[in-house]
Design a protein around this ligand. Structure first.
Ligand SMILES: Cc1cc2nc3c(=O)[nH]c(=O)nc-3n(C[C@H](O)[C@H](O)[C@H](O)COP(=O)(O)OP(=O)(O)OC[C@H]3O[C@@H](n4cnc5c(N)ncnc54)[C@H](O)[C@@H]3O)c2cc1C
Length: 463
């Protein structure tokens, strides 16, 4: 028999698609973390803004918590529904609404995938530049809610830079139209920016107007093998000074091992502890000479041990796969993830302290790191060894994360660079934000969501 609250919802919205089958509850109740047991009340799939608003009003009336849900590729438990919440999936609201050639904007419904946005922009001869490996399944709404970064931040910045306007259903059901896609708008508080990165705790993004830009110039892709960690920032400084970088990503030999086991092709013979994939503008043939000269210089300095420059698009794709495929290759192991950032200038000292900490605290546990080193962003993936109970593993990881958070605090960094706080990192928010800031965040939440129905338990330890 249908829960009385759900019966009321279907009475208000007879056309609403509502799922309650156990398989659906499990599917929509979790994200990529796979740590919590999904237990939502039901899944609502509105097809319009009006339906989304009516659901939020119903949730206020019946005090039902709502978990806004995109592609559930999130890595911090933000879209997890484990406590009888209603999952509000934007999956059916996935259309391109408008392209404006003069404004160079694309208006979309929030459930559209990042890949579909890329395709639509390309179809108009333009680029939506935020990009990362989950592009086929993550949604623009989720990207906005987490201020997603990815592999092109070094050139283009985070999602935040690319949002011209938003339509958001606030926690009281009201529809807010934020910034009207204006370039210039000095008329008070910019709630659009407040919504970006708010992890579904202030409002449900239902539509977005995205800025587009010129397609990138032709580029070249290079893979470098490095002898040690100190070389990393030397190579970064060298390449950034001589080339127009589009991406500069690093990974370790452990990451390489997993991605090769997952089907990627080895591109450099031999074993090296660190690798870099970099992509740079190649507007004329001299660029290849400049890149090779930079490589030679790095070789002489002992900063690189080997390298390969892609000679075809297929080879460039194969080199990128070594970096792009890491998260997916680790997924079956359900790693415990840290996603941290410091200023680029603080990377060398932070890396040393962090490495010493990880080696000391995880002596018999495999730790895989990789990341967007050109943005000061590192992903640390801790793999549970066979024979160690999940609960004990998490306890150990939480202990190390506390130490890591203290290290980050000393280096002026953040416990969440781009994945969001969600459930995974809420206990460490205060290592990145002051008590005064957190108090203000709670106050802001009360204004937009007076009854605290939007994604309770996420971002903050207590609502
Ligand atoms: C293989 C892989 C690689 C990845 N690489 C990167 C990377 O390089 N950079 C990066 O930043 N992330 C990366 N991620 C993480 C993830 O893809 C991003 O966090 C992405 O932005 C999440 O989008 P989603 O639609 O899947 O959101 P979900 O997981 O569904 O939700 C994430 C959060 O957003 C909220 N939310 C979702 N939709 C809405 C909405 N419409 N309105 C309000 N709140 C909403 C949810 O409640 C939740 O708090 C990667 C993930 C995978 C699996």
């Amino acid at each position: 028999m249908l829960d009385a609250r759900l019966a009321e919802l279907t009475r208000c919205l007879p056309d609403l698609r509502l799922l309650t089958a156990p398989g659906d509850l499990e599917h929509y109740g979790r994200d990529w973390t796979r740590r919590w047991t999904p237990a939502p009340l039901a899944i609502a799939l509105p097809a319009s803004i009006a339906e989304a608003q009516a659901i939020v009003r119903w949730a206020n009336e019946h005090r039902v918590a709502i978990v806004p849900s995109g592609g559930r590729t999130g890595l911090s438990g933000g879209a997890v529904a484990a406590n009888g919440e209603l999952v509000l999936s934007l999956e059916r609201m996935n259309r391109v609404l408008d392209f404006n050639a003069i404004d160079r904007t694309l208006s979309v419904q929030a459930g559209i995938s990042l890949q579909a946005v890329h395709d639509a922009a390309r179809g108009h001869g333009l680029l939506y530049p935020v990009d990362f490996a989950a592009r086929g399944s993550c949604s623009i709404g989720g990207n906005i809610a987490t201020n997603a970064g990815g592999i092109r931040v070094i050139r283009y910045g985070n999602t935040r830079e690319w949002i011209a306007g938003l339509k958001v259903v606030a926690g009281n059901g009201e529809l807010l139209e934020l910034n009207r896609a204006l370039i210039k708008n000095s008329s008070g508080y910019d709630f659009r920016q407040l919504m970006i990165g708010s992890e579904g705790t202030l409002g449900i993004v239902v539509e977005a107007t995205l800025k587009l830009t010129d397609p990138p110039p032709p580029s070249q892709v290079m893979l470098l093998a490095l002898p040690d960690m100190d070389a990393l920032m030397h190579v970064f400084a060298l390449f950034r000074a001589r080339l127009a970088l589009q991406a500069f990503e690093f990974f370790t030999d452990h990451a390489l091992k997993h991605v090769l086991a997952h089907g990627a092709q080895r591109a450099i013979d031999g074993d090296y502890p660190y690798y870099v994939v970099t992509e740079f503008d190649a507007t004329d043939e001299r660029v290849q000479e400049v890149a090779l000269a930079a490589f030679e210089h790095a070789l002489e300095q002992g900063w690189v041990s080997d390298g390969v420059i892609a000679q075809s698009e297929a080879q460039a794709t194969a080199l990128w796969r070594l970096r792009d495929g890491i998260t997916e290759s680790l997924a079956p192991r359900r790693p415990y993830k840290n996603d941290v950032s410091v200023r680029i200038s603080a990377v060398p000292s932070f890396l040393h302290e962090m490495r010493a900490l990880l080696m000391r605290e995880y002596p018999h546990i495999e730790v895989v790191w990789f990341g967007h080193i050109g943005d000061g962003n590192l992903h640390i993936n801790v793999l549970r060894p066979d024979g160690l109970a999940e609960e004990d593993f998490i306890t150990q990881c939480e202990h190390v994360t506390k130490l890591l958070a203290a290290t980050l605090q000393r280096h002026g960094g953040s416990i969440s660079a781009e994945h969001g706080i969600g459930l995974v990192k809420r206990a460490y928010l205060e290592s990145t934000r002051s008590a005064a800031e957190i108090a203000l965040m709670h106050g802001v939440r009360k204004v937009f969501d007076p009854n605290g129905i939007l994604n309770p338990g996420k971002l903050f330890v207590s609502d």
